[in-house]
Design a protein around this ligand. Structure first.
Ligand SMILES: *Cc1c(COP(=O)(O)O)cnc(C)c1O
Length: 364
């Protein structure tokens, strides 16, 4: 069976050496040495400042909402945030879970990211933030979104869960917005088993968030903030450091699989239109077929051959009752009904990628 993705397993020896250190220091969590080391290494690797490691990517979003005042403990305020329906459910459910109503506006038919020209019409007196997603690692129209946010005094929190290591105009894409969040779930390009991070624009927001992830505790006898537990542990950081040490070969293997798909698949399939100033991380290979029927047919043929492609992201979240409100996004629904993500992960054989592409060709 070839799954759509598989976790990257770093050298066991390397991981063991980090775990040996944990045993020597007898320190398992609460901003330990490995968490500090991983924070520094990630800031250097990504070229960012103000990075805060978090227990997972969903809590990273929620900590960002809280630290930036998008969500608060007063549910009577009924805040809203404008976001995209073409994403993993966590983008929207994390808002709703925290008392912020997600308001979906439509995506661009080519980049599949939030369309800036649809945002303003959805802004109300209750809107506090825009939460766009750099979906599949593509860059949103960060300049246009930044302008709209400035004009209306809104916070911008990018869900950058797919955009690890992506550069835009020669710099990290994570520098855009008041915050950008990452997921380090096992299936993501870079992972810590479970984990995540927030990259804040401002140091004060980082410091507020740092207190929030540790119950709001600021000293042995001081609690100055409403907080929660969202800390990363030393074991998570040990996995992260081991994976980070091998990032280059991980990305190169994915890039080769990516290029194989691109070469073998017919030209008339729709691939994601990436911004020309983007340096891509090759984390995903999404394809949009001509019709939903064709998409389902391709998926069925692959499945018969032991290959699991997945309909990411389907259904479009504006049609999902737990998060939806007052909007209908036809472009997102249309793309979501025809999209399929093909298998891509470090351990996938190039020959298998070629075989998958040939199988798809045969169905079209
Ligand atoms: C993976 C993912 C998340 C959630 O991250 P977890 O670490 O699994 O909590 C949020 N948003 C997007 C777009 C994701 O792909």
């Amino acid at each position: 069976m070839i799954p759509v993705t598989k976790p990257y397993f770093p050298s066991r020896e390397k991981l063991n050496s980090y775990i040996d250190g944990i045993y020597e220091r007898q320190w398992l969590t609460n901003n330990g040495q490995l968490v500090q080391q991983l924070t520094q290494r990630l800031e250097d690797y990504l070229g960012v400042k103000n990075l805060l490691l978090i227990a997972n990517g969903t809590l990273a979003l929620q900590i960002a909402y809280r630290a930036l005042g998008v969500s608060d403990a007063n549910r009577d305020n009924k805040p809203e945030a404008i976001t995209t329906p073409f994403t993993f459910i966590a983008t929207a459910s994390s808002l709703k879970w925290d008392g912020v109503q997600p308001v979906f506006t439509d995506i661009d038919p080519d980049t599949w990211c939030l369309a800036p020209n649809k945002i303003e019409a959805a802004i109300t007196a209750s809107t506090r933030a825009i939460v766009p997603v750099h979906v599949f690692g593509n860059a949103c129209d960060v300049e246009a979104i930044g302008e709209i946010a400035n004009r209306h005094h809104l916070k911008v929190i990018y869900d950058a869960s797919h955009a690890f290591g992506v550069n835009y105009k020669g710099e990290s894409l994570l520098k855009y917005g008041d915050a950008a969040t990452l997921s380090f779930h096992a299936t993501k390009l870079f992972h810590t088993g479970e984990g995540g991070a927030v990259v804040f624009k401002n140091k004060e927001d980082l410091e507020r968030a740092r207190r929030m992830i540790n119950f709001g505790i600021t000293g042995p006898e001081n609690i100055d903030e409403l907080g929660i537990n969202a800390k990363m542990s030393e074991l998570q950081a040990a996995m992260g450091l081991s994976v980070l040490d091998e990032m280059e070969k991980n990305i190169e293997a994915r890039a080769q699989i990516w290029r194989t798909y691109e070469e073998v698949l017919p030209d008339n399939l729709q691939l994601q239109a990436q911004h020309e100033a983007l340096s891509y991380n090759h984390a995903y290979f999404p394809v949009v077929f001509k019709s939903e029927a064709q998409t389902v047919r391709v998926a069925a043929t692959l499945k018969k051959n032991g290959i699991l492609a997945r309909r990411y992201f389907y259904p479009s979240l504006d049609t999902v009752a737990v998060t939806a409100m007052r909007s209908s996004c036809s472009v997102s629904q249309n793309v979501a009904s025809r999209v399929l993500c093909l298998p891509i992960y470090f351990a996938l054989d190039i020959k298998d990628a070629g075989f998958i592409a040939e199988l798809i060709k045969g169905v079209l």
